[in-house]
Design a protein around this ligand. Sequence first.
Ligand code: MLT
Length: 247
Amino acid sequence: LRTRKLQVFEKPADAVGHSLQHSSAAIIDVLRATSTIITALKNGCRGVIPAAEIEEALAIRQRINDHVPVLSGERQGRKIPGFELGNSPLEFSRDVVYNRLVIMTTTNGTRTLLAAGAAEKKYVLSLLNLKATAAAMLRDEQDISILCAGTDGGNSLEDSVCAGLLIAELLDSSEQFDANDQVLALRKLGLSHKNNLVNMFTAGAHGRYLQEIGFAADLDYCAGLNKIPLCALFENDVILLSKFDPV
Ligand code: MLT
């Protein structure tokens, strides 16, 4: 059995100078970009195109003319003026997104997805689809890189906990991983919050902020561990559900 490398970057700056090449990457922004993307895909959208900037999102919309895409995203957690949707997963219902392309720009999440460039496969990970994604990554037989969006350049508790719960799934499998102390510490962190995820969210700065600006319901929703048994891959500028049947 080959021992696989397992590396974690708790904030985007940590990944600078490290190669993601030849690895499967999991990109995490639990509150809320990756939770929202998974929800949109579950509800039948045709795909999600991440954009770093508002202007870029608008330019992508101009280029797509076969359908009316959903323009979505946030700045400071709030819907961007003129956009159809913000970044609350609860807005991305089936009647809104079904059979439409979603263009999304968020402060940290979509930028981190775009920064994962060289990885062999790029999985969009949230607590909602944790187990399904772990199963797919185990099947890939690649080295694994976990990339947290964090908040405004720093770590975020919820992304580190999600990374830790992914690590727990990986290390509990029959695969061999080369796990350093950071990896082991995150596993412990993840497991310690597993049964109290909403409280963990509000212990962190961004969760508390979202609660303050009226998105408490999003916290309950994003804490739904393994509620969506689907994997999503970011490939060729668009995020699509993975064809593999998870589990
Ligand atoms: C982000 O990408 O920065 C987050 O998803 C922000 C948010 O909670 O909307």
